[in-house]
Ligand binder design. Structure first.
Ligand code: CP3
Length: 345
């Protein structure tokens, strides 16, 4: 494991400041990424291991973050399950969504060789990255992956076909979730074997269903994936976006850290979760699009009292960076977290 402020914090070792990184840091907020996109498609950057390694490390150099997250996408799992995926200007699209039939699921052909280039990229990143920078591997959590597989795209935002199937056909839904979970376990344990320092499970759409239903029908799948990684001695961060007060069910038996969305209060999450689990988050990324430093600085200062007292906390946004965020604002946040005196005794 890399020896860094990031990995120390994950292990519960008190450091002088929180580590800082952002979800979606290796994307369109970086001028260097946009420059590469003039030459290469997103698909090329994701599938050529040398290019993947280069893009993964861009934010370390350009922003000064404490961790690099593998440059890939959560939808590589449905693709390896045999679904035809296209990245279009309107986001990812599956030609034939998994609308209901059992036959459709049975006809999918798993091809794990489609994930090989990702393991190659991890090996290159491990060789190239500075020692004090942690490498984060990731995967989509089963429910979010299910939503994309059944809906076929993200343009409607409410994933109505996926939610309809989830309510009306629990048996077929569970079979799809089971299939996703089995391949995800193989995928993430192989990432662990290729030396990631930490693993994040992205449940971006946890908020699409009632939290009690989430806890009953989805959390057991989550636990199987997180356990499989933790057995390999790799710490896990879980991001259940939109789970609300259901966060009280996310404790150390599920993950080492839980990532808090920007709708929730970090201080409240701290009282709802058991003290053994660390927290990550949760600046509203939309603030990073406002052309006014005073507003940004005021929002950042709200974290001072929390960060002074809570040593098991990683600074991040409460969801991924978006293309309209200003690079200068994002860089300002990194410098601010690193230069601030957190007054930790
Ligand atoms: O965080 C990082 O910088 C690492 C790379 C990463 C990407 N996607 C690259 C990407 C990660 C961790 C993801 C996760 C992901 N992908 C999630 C979960 C996290 C979240 O932000 O909610 C989801 C839901 C997806 C599915 C996906 N991929 C969507 C909805 C889109 C289109 C919207 C968008 O942001 O462009 C993508 C495409 C995508 N994935 C891009 C990037 C950099 C944009 C590609 C480009 O046009 O250059």
């Amino acid at each position: 494991m890399s020896n860094s402020i990031f990995t120390d914090t994950l292990k519960g070792i008190k450091r002088e400041r929180p580590p800082v990184w952002f979800m979606r840091q290796a994307g369109r907020v970086l001028p260097s990424y946009l420059k590469l996109r003039e030459t290469y498609s997103f698909r090329e950057l994701m599938t050529n291991p040398e290019l993947t390694a280069e893009v993964t490390l861009l934010p370390v150099n350009d922003l000064g973050v404490d961790a690099a997250i593998l440059f890939s996408d959560i939808l590589v799992i449905p693709e390896a399950l045999g679904m035809d995926l296209k990245f279009t200007d309107k986001g990812p699209v599956f030609e034939t969504p998994l609308r209901d039939s059992k036959n459709q699921l049975a006809s999918l052909k798993v091809d794990t060789s489609k994930l090989e280039h990702i393991y190659k990229a991890l090996d290159i990143i491990k060789k190239k990255k500075p020692d004090d920078i942690a490498l984060i591997g990731f995967c989509g959590s089963p429910f979010t992956t299910f939503c994309y597989m059944v809906e076929g795209n993200s343009t409607t935002h409410n994933f109505s076909s996926a939610i309809n199937l989830f309510y009306s056909n629990p048996k077929a839904s569970t079979e799809i979730l089971e299939t996703i979970t089995e391949l995800s376990i193989e995928y993430v344990t192989t990432q662990a074997e290729h030396g990631i320092d930490v693993f994040q499970l992205f449940e971006t759409h946890a908020g699409l269903i009632p939290s009690e239903m989430y806890i009953e029908r989805i959390l057991p799948f989550v636990k199987r994936i997180t356990n499989a990684v933790r057995i390999k001695n790799t710490p896990v961060i879980f991001f259940p976006k939109g789970i609300g007060a259901g966060i009280s069910h996310i404790n150390y038996d599920i993950a080492d850290f839980v990532s808090i969305d920007w709708q929730s209060s970090l201080a409240e999450a701290r009282t709802l979760c058991n003290s053994k689990i660390g927290l990550q988050g949760n600046l509203d990324p939309r603030i990073l699009s406002i052309d006014n430093r005073d507003i940004l600085e005021k929002e950042l200062e709200k974290y001072l009292s929390f960060g002074k007292l809570n040593h098991n906390w990683i600074f991040n946004t409460g969801h991924g960076l978006s293309p309209d965020n200003s690079f200068d604002n994002v860089k300002f946040v990194v410098d601010w977290v690193k230069q601030t005196n957190w007054n930790r005794e």
